[in-house]
Design a binder for this molecule. Structure first.
Ligand code: NAD
Length: 444
């Protein structure tokens, strides 16, 4: 059993802190956002993640998991301090390290005994050293020692708990072998493959992995765009490609591009990391460009099929960047909906849980008048009622299980433009829809 403080109680900090408690450690999750901590102390989970609420409550009740905004105390009382603060994209595209630096300063000021500081945030190569130097600069008692370890996080929102409890691998980068071993031992109950390396390589693994996955997505989206022009079906192409074990079938689903809090910012950050050392990372730049274009695919299709969307009502299914999360960071919906609104359409948007976050985002991004052209609802069929078209942006279970007969009876025109290839072409033909998807022949 270890005493662990987790600095940053967001998607990563809350999930990994809870999982560390679940395997028997004493965990204090801290955050500078006092409102968030207050809600957690009262048993309210500020994010949506399947299974999280139950696991948090269980570990709170069993007194292994607690929440505090008294960060100094949490640091002083812990042996291991995990950094899980945000590293958002700055305006220039590089990772904004201000939260990491601030957290490192606090750790330095509160360091009262030997501790291992473990970085779980996604950070540019060299940040481990930077954290070390900031802590050293602020430490009061120069006799107190510490080590910095890199342990990047690979969980996926929407299945974060499952990913954490059954992690495929734990990457542990350390300069001090003993500190690395302590963190490796901490992961023992997860029965995972431990990959030990140096700090710089661990930091790089995270960016390289995300950039590679993003590349797979943009690659298949490019292929999808060609398929549409030559009459091939990208789902068949991807299936045939994926049978080659060197390629694999995962991350070959064509669609309207990746979003979320990681791929967009991590690809940009990697391009920036390369620039810093004088390397022009053309491949990843193209991946980013393809992804940006791809978000507009459903809007282009809508305009092409409907002619003018001005004055039309369009049902948009899905706001979150993927199913099972309320996270809308860099979600395609944030590009698609403003485009439709600017073209004069009225939008009726469905999402089971991401409506409050979207409303907040649009209150900052869109004018009052533009916002009034968006109606939100968690009632899927209500959104379809009287709409001139339906655009699918997120493949929520409710959307995949759409009762097509009912949907057809609600829509003014049986037109579905599907950015996630949710339905088979045969089925849409049989049900009498005009159906346009990504990289597949249109059904008319
Ligand atoms: P988040 O924005 O959800 O949470 C970050 C939290 O850190 C916020 O609650 C914020 O208030 C808090 N914070 C900021 N400064 C602090 C400080 N000095 N002390 C204590 N708390 C502080 O971010 P996230 O999605 O959990 O991501 C965290 C890191 O993990 C990022 O680097 C991200 O790239 C990486 N990551 C995220 C995911 C994901 O799916 N979200 C997956 C893998 C890795």
């Amino acid at each position: 059993m270890k005493k662990i403080a987790v600095l940053g109680t967001g998607y990563v900090g809350l999930v990994s802190g809870t999982c560390f408690a679940e395997i028997g450690n004493q965990v204090i999750c801290c955050d500078i956002d006092e409102g968030k901590i207050l809600r957690l102390q009262q048993g309210e989970i500020p994010i949506y993640e399947p299974g999280l609420e139950d696991m948090v409550k269980k570990n709170q009740q069993e007194k292994r998991l607690s929440f505090t905004s008294d960060i100094p105390k949490a640091i002083q009382e812990s042996e291991i301090i995990y950094l899980a603060v945000g590293t958002p994209m700055s305006e220039s595209g590089e990772a904004d390290l201000s939260y990491v630096k601030a957290a490192a300063k606090t750790i330095g000021q509160q360091l009262n005994s030997y501790k291992i500081i473990v970085n779980k945030s996604t950070v540019p190569v060299g940040t481990g050293k930077l954290v070390k130097s900031i802590i050293k600069e602020h430490v009061q008692d120069s006799c107190v020692d510490f080590d910095v370890v890199s342990n990047p996080e690979f969980l996926r929102e929407g299945s974060a708990l499952e990913d954490c409890m059954n992690m495929e691998r734990a990457v542990i980068g350390a300069d001090n072998d003993q500190a690395g071993q302590i963190i490796a031992d901490l992961h023992e109950p997860f029965h995972t493959t431990i990959f030990r390396t140096d700090i710089e390589s661990a930091e790089m693994i995270k960016y390289a992995a995300n950039a590679f996955l993003a590349t797979k997505i943009s690659f298949i989206n490019d292929i999808a765009n060609i398929c549409e022009r030559v009459g091939a079906d990208v789902t068949h192409v991807a299936e045939g490609m994926g049978m080659d074990s060197r390629i694999g079938s995962k991350f070959l689903q064509a669609g309207i591009g990746y979003g979320g809090s990681c791929f967009p910012k991590d690809t940009q950050a990697l391009v920036h990391i390369a620039q810093e050392v004088g390397y022009d990372l053309k491949l990843v730049q193209s991946v980013i460009q393809t992804n940006e274009q791809q978000k507009y695919a459903v809007v282009h299709k809508a305009k092409e099929i409907m002619g003018d969307v001005n004055g039309k009502t369009i049902a948009v299914l899905g706001l979150a960047f993927k199913p099972n999360t309320d996270d809308i960071r860099y979600a395609p919906s944030l590009t698609v909906i403003p485009e439709l609104i600017k073209a004069g359409a009225n939008v009726k948007a469905f999402d089971p849980i991401a409506i409050p976050a979207t409303q907040q985002e649009f209150s900052m991004k869109l004018s009052q008048e533009q916002q009034q052209n968006i109606a939100y609802s968690t009632d899927l069929y209500g959104v379809l009622e009287g709409s001139d078209a339906c655009l699918i942006l997120t493949e929520w279970q409710e959307v995949l299980q759409l009762d097509l007969e009912q949907a057809k009876s609600k829509l003014k025109v049986p037109l579905i433009i599907d950015g996630r290839n949710c339905f088979s072409l045969e089925m849409m033909l049989e049900k009498g829809f005009t159906y346009h998807s990504i990289g597949r022949p249109a059904v008319d």
